[in-house]
Design a protein around this ligand. Structure first.
Ligand SMILES: Nc1nc2c(ncn2[C@@H]2O[C@H](COP(=O)(O)OP(=O)(O)OP(=O)(O)O)[C@@H](O)[C@H]2O)c(=O)[nH]1
Ligand SMILES: [Mg+2]
Length: 469
């Protein structure tokens, strides 16, 4: 995956007076060898157990007699024998990765045993009896980060890649896990460092006189940095959609056929359908993969003048779901243009569907798609319209896609500082102040990549990983 970079300084707590969480990232690090199941627990063909740390090799060596050290990265077939009672636990394929050429940068041993609940547990228990400690969530990747095998943006992308439920999310995450976002951020950072160098060079010659050439050069570099960063920042909303799903909400009067269409789109009878108006009381979510996009489809209670309190709450929920929608499907068997959508929708995409088209007698109103779940008529056209609408969210830029809220916050902070730097430059403020603003932006970008590790941030990121990663 990532070529080995320099090890990082150990993280500092944001609040240096606090020792909360310190042991996890500092004192325990490198002094012990950790073990965990790297595959999901349960019935499976194979289970992979991973050991990382200075004692990995001797610990694994106590369970098997394969000459692991003689040939790193070689898969040895061996019996696993419990060191205490010499009972055979299982046969396994064991591979040794000599640090730093390993996932964590430390000595790593991977043991592939037969799957199931008992085998892997017995192997892990035996390794713990030899002194290995159960790894905490994300601890292998934390060590990889601390050993400079990947930066924070790459670690977050890797997490997203593992969690991704749609090909497009996986693709964006994989590119960032390979360092795409980090490289783009680093290019901008280098540009800002160049600005500071130009300024400092100028200040060496004159404390007061700044040549127009220098101002023009700084302004041009700053402009390029700003536009590159704005392009990355603009991918934030799409990145969020890839992570959280693109919300497509079905809206319309009671009995319009919303739940029937919801079921047709999710491919199962998830929502209750009856001919009784007001069947759906609560909003209901179903996930579908459409053209590689993760779509969160939401069925809602029919919009009408509610007469009882339960219905009223349901309708309030419908309105709130419609307001948060990325795309609205407005349904009505007569004229979907008449569906009363909340005023807040602004420029949101609304696709108008004349439902129950199999029962229609008149020609459809303009700009509506005729659909019927009885004949399946129009479902293809709806699919095409939806995919067109989804594709409009893909940013028209070559930029890497921001893959976490934390990254978005850091990029926003850097943008804010750079806008200040630009204003200061145009106002002709002293150059050392301009350089100081640019430095703050550089630090904000460094934090996105994680060059200045902070314990709380590491906890937030790696704590979300599964155990064994
Ligand atoms: N003929 C025909 N009937 C349909 C179609 N879609 C839904 N229906 C019927 O219309 C009635 C209401 O359907 P639902 O899907 O429950 O409608 P809804 O909009 O979810 O209704 P509420 O939950 O009450 O808001 C049911 O009897 C469905 O069988 C369709 O395409 N053609
Ligand atoms: Mg319904």
């Amino acid at each position: 995956m990532v070529e080995s970079k320099n090890p990082r300084p150990l993280p500092v707590p944001a609040d240096r007076s606090s020792s909360r969480g310190r042991s996890k990232f500092t004192s325990a690090y490198k002094t012990d060898t950790i073990v965990s199941l790297a595959t999901p627990p349960g019935i499976s063909g194979v289970a992979v157990i991973r050991l990382s740390g200075p004692e990995s090799l001797p610990m694994a060596g106590r369970l098997c007699n394969a000459p692991l050290a003689s040939q790193p990265r070689h898969a040895f077939f061996t019996q696993l024998i419990h060191p205490a009672d010499q009972v055979i636990i299982d046969s396994a394929i064991v591979t040794f990765f000599k640090g730093p050429a390993s996932y964590t940068g430390e000595d790593v041993v991977e043991i592939s045993t037969h799957g199931g609940y008992v085998n892997q547990r017995q192997v892990i228990d035996a390794l713990q009896e030899t002194g290995a400690r159960q790894a905490e969530a994300g601890e292998f990747t934390l060590r990889a980060y601390l050993n400079g095998k990947m930066d924070l943006a790459e670690a977050e992308a890797l997490h997203l890649q593992i969690l991704s439920m749609s090909p497009r999310t996986q693709q964006a995450a994989r590119q960032n896990a390979g360092g795409r976002l980090s490289r783009q951020i680093d290019d901008i950072r280098q540009r800002l460092i160049r600005i500071i160098t130009i300024i400092e060079h100028e200040l060496d010659f004159s404390e007061s006189e700044i040549s127009p050439t220098t101002t023009a050069e700084v302004s041009s570099e700053l402009g390029l940095a700003l536009s590159a960063l704005r392009q990355i920042d603009a991918t934030g909303p799409f990145g969020k959609m890839l992570r959280d799903g693109i919300k497509v909400v079905l809206a319309g009067a009671p009995n319009a056929g919303k739940s029937s269409l919801f079921n047709a789109l999710v491919g199962r009878e998830q929502a209750i359908v009856t001919d009784h108006p007001g069947t759906t009381r609560d909003s209901l979510e179903g996930w579908i993969n459409m053209d590689g996009f993760p779509v969160c489809l939401i069925d809602t209670a029919g919009l009408n003048e509610a007469t009882n309190p339960i219905e009223r709450i349901g309708i309030e929920r419908s309105i709130s779901a419609i307001e948060q929608a990325d795309i609205v499907l407005a349904l009505d068997p007569l004229d979907p243009g008449k569906v009363e959508l909340p005023a807040l929708l602004q420029d949101r995409t609304v696709i108008y569907l004349r439902s129950k088209a199999d029962e229609a007698t008149a020609a459809p109103p303009a700009d509506t798609i005729d659909t019927s779940v009885v004949t399946d008529n129009g479902l293809d056209s709806l699919h095409t319209a939806l995919v067109d609408a989804l594709r409009q969210f893909v940013p028209a830029t070559e930029s890497a896609i921001v893959s976490s809220d934390r990254q978005s916050r850091g990029i926003d902070e850097a943008l804010k500082q750079l806008a200040r730097t630009q204003t200061a430059l145009h106002e002709g403020q002293p150059y050392d102040l301009i350089a100081a603003d640019a430095r703050i932006a550089i630090d904000a970008l460094a934090a996105v990549i994680g060059d200045i590790p902070q314990e709380e941030i590491l906890g937030e990121i790696f704590g979300q990983f599964c155990v064994g990663k």
